[in-house]
Design a protein around this ligand. Structure first.
Ligand SMILES: *[C@@H]1O[C@H](CO)[C@@H](O)[C@H](O)[C@H]1NC(C)=O
Ligand SMILES: *[C@@H]1O[C@H](CO)[C@@H](O)[C@H](O)[C@H]1NC(C)=O
Ligand SMILES: *[C@@H]1O[C@H](CO)[C@@H](O)[C@H](O)[C@H]1NC(C)=O
Ligand SMILES: *[C@@H]1O[C@H](CO)[C@@H](O)[C@H](O)[C@H]1NC(C)=O
Ligand SMILES: *[C@@H]1O[C@H](CO)[C@@H](O)[C@H](O)[C@H]1NC(C)=O
Length: 428
């Protein structure tokens, strides 16, 4: 059984409103809706994520907030080998143990991520395993994960990339739960997977900036002119209280150019007080606000907080030495250059994260997935996904034009992110 697609209910809501001149209004509503949903992909296509004149940073320090806490961390059952950075490694083909589940056996994958169902001809992207240089990752033990969640709440908060990781986690666990003892429901920004016999929930909360913004509607997000309200995390944060294991991400939505607009007052102010600051500073403000919320609301003796770094897009082949007009479309191989990094924006945001996390005393575990994902130009959904609107003949003639080089097929890369989460949760 497929979980209900939230989009369809919104469509019918829009249609119901379109009484006056039904055909025209319906059409307009649908076009607007599709445009909005598609904004991320369009942005990916237009390559707006790249601003190539940011300063280059080449720090290779790792953050180990886990050590700051002194004693044993909640949920820890062992330790990663001394000196092993699990995020530094290489991809190896593993046709024996991959994929960790089949696309067709996990009904929770949204149709934007089911690549095989949408005609992807190759399957290699499902068979790669991450091999750290300094140690071996523990195998993902679904029984252990689910037992650990007994009587607990795990929550992913962030954007569609974090939603992908959330769905992957549900797919990794759901097989252990009988059909009539699990459910997934969505109400507004919150999606909840419940494992009844375990009294456990795994939840996803849509907040692409973590802070209050004008893109907070889970279905209809404003596209252009994004606005984030300074320091405003309480409105969303009240829905996160009582969570035992938290996974945050935020990145892509901040990438609207060199600068970003921050609202100083309230969204209800008649005359809005808006400051335009550098994207780095805006993001830094977001980090500080998140860390302050964690400090005030999460008990480090009982809970764990993770933060996943930027998920890289592959919208420009030229970044990895490909043709000038290509992107992830038709890519089935990995990037082999171990030093590959991609856009410089990622570097400067990584620098901001590094600085803020090193300063804080809040125990937060960093999932540094950016570089390892950067090698995976093969793993995007590309054209193999449910399209929100019929494609035009021009688009069909040029698949590069509508390939989604931001999101990732499932099973696939997100499963590795969860293996890393698993490793850091139990073997910090
Ligand atoms: C997985 O975890 C369960 C519960 O802790 C344990 O009993 C089992 O032996 C583990 N399985 C493997 C393969 O390590
Ligand atoms: C179920 O889990 C919640 C936390 O998510 C907890 O507050 C509650 O006491 C648990 N109920 C039972 C019956 O264990
Ligand atoms: C959905 O959430 C709203 C507010 O968070 C709540 O008032 C409403 O009862 C919820 N609806 C359902 C069906 O749970
Ligand atoms: C896809 O890539 C293969 C080589 O990897 C190439 O032979 C083929 O022409 C490409 N197809 C398209 C439509 O670009
Ligand atoms: C994340 O990993 C990359 C590549 O190993 C490294 O350059 C970067 O500094 C790391 N980020 C942080 C904040 O530790």
């Amino acid at each position: 059984m497929k979980p209900p697609a939230p989009s369809s209910s919104r469509v019918s809501f829009l249609l119901k409103k379109a009484r006056v001149s039904p055909i025209l209004l319906t059409f307009l509503a649908f076009v607007a809706f599709v445009t909005i949903l598609y904004s991320q992909d369009l942005r990916c296509l237009f390559g707006q994520f790249d601003y190539s004149d940011h300063p280059k940073h080449n720090k290779h320090q790792t953050i180990s907030p886990t050590k700051k806490n002194g004693g044993k961390l909640p949920f820890a059952i062992g330790e990663t080998e001394e000196g092993c950075d699990v995020f530094s490694g290489r991809w190896v083909l593993d046709e024996v143990n991959r994929p960790l589940y089949e696309e067709s056996e996990c009904p929770y994958i949204q149709p934007q991520l089911t690549c095989q169902e949408h005609g992807r001809p190759d399957k290699d992207y499902q068979y790669w395993r991450w091999q750290p240089h300094g140690c071996t990752l523990p195998s993902f033990n679904a029984t252990l994960m689910l037992e650990t969640l007994r009587g607990k709440r795990m929550m992913f908060v962030g954007d569609s990339l974090n939603r992908g990781q959330y769905v992957s986690m549900v797919c990794l666990l759901h097989r252990l739960i009988p059909e009539d003892a699990k459910s997934m429901t969505t109400n507004g920004s919150l999606t909840i997977f419940t494992a009844k016999e375990y009294n456990a929930t795994i939840e996803f909360y849509w907040a692409p900036f973590l802070l209050e913004s004008n893109s907070d509607d889970a279905i209809v997000h404003r596209i252009s002119d994004r606005l984030v309200r300074k320091g405003s995390i309480i409105k969303h944060g009240k829905n996160w209280k009582g969570v035992d294991i938290m996974v945050f991400n935020t990145y892509l939505w901040w990438m609207t150019g060199r600068t970003f607009k921050i609202l100083q007052g309230s969204f209800n102010d008649e005359v809005k007080d808006i400051a335009e600051v550098s994207t780095d500073d805006a993001y830094r403000m977001g980090m500080k606000t998140m860390l302050r919320w964690i400090k005030r609301n999460m008990d480090p003796k009982k809970t764990r907080v993770f933060f996943a770094s930027m998920s890289p897009s592959h919208a420009k082949s030229i970044e990895w030495g490909g043709s000038p007009d290509g992107n992830c479309y038709n890519e089935t191989k990995l990037i082999e250059d171990p030093n590959y990094w991609g856009s410089d924006t990622r570097k400067s945001i990584m620098q901001v994260i590094g600085e803020e996390f090193r300063k804080t005393r809040v125990p937060i575990t960093f999932l540094n997935i950016t570089q390892l994902s950067g090698y995976r130009k093969d793993a995007h959904t590309s054209i193999y996904k449910k399209q929100w609107s019929p494609l035009t003949p021009q688009q069909l003639a040029n698949p590069v034009s509508y390939a989604d080089c931001t999101h990732w097929c499932l099973p696939g890369l997100h499963d590795t992110w969860n293996e890393l989460l698993f490793a850091k949760l139990f073997y910090p």
